[in-house]
Write a new protein. Sequence first.
Length: 241
Amino acid sequence: MTQTALQRALGLGTEHFEKREFDAAEPYLREVLATRPGFADVHNMLGIIAHDRGDLEAARASFEHALDLNPAYTEAALNLAVTYSDLGLYEEATAAYRDAIERDRSTTGDGPSESMKAKLANLHRGVADAYVEAAMPEEAIDELRKAVALRPDFADLRVQLAQLLEQRGDRAAARAELQGALERSPDYAPAHVALGAALYADADVQGAIEAWQRAIELDPTHPTAAMYLRMARAQRRRTGG
């Protein structure tokens, strides 16, 4: 392959990849590697494509290859950590996660960057989801607390944490997370839905109605807010409240 053809294949593969047109991107990226197997970025992109398709072993191999070529490749290290977690290799995920932090610190000269914090927070969320599936809610709560500590502005993380805290019976902590979510993201409908559920559990029917009304204003298609609102209004009519 000539240098011009190589650059064209790399350019087209990258362009399709960035548009998430993975089926179109893959042939170009593999064409590049057939000639120049030392492109760490291309291995990383192919790993992301494989992960998106659910082929975790192929994703793992691609990310590991990218890191063999460039041990300082922070994004590939984090992608590998996520893949290990998805494979249930939690010790390996933790080690890769720590490596990713150290790589990021070495390039920024300080703590993790905001983009790195976001990726790490989502890694913790993934581990939390696995703990929930394994009926280990306390461990899931710990992971979500770590995620929220990294990115307290991620309202969806705080709502997920609040729901687990509510299930544990820690209503005060759950309410604090929901309030924190709404302070930073007042237009996030799921937080209003969750707050309504918490208020309803505390017998504050009017407060719950107001929260669910606000959720519907923000997202008229929310799957449960309208149902909850009908339930609360029916109760209020029955009790004369």
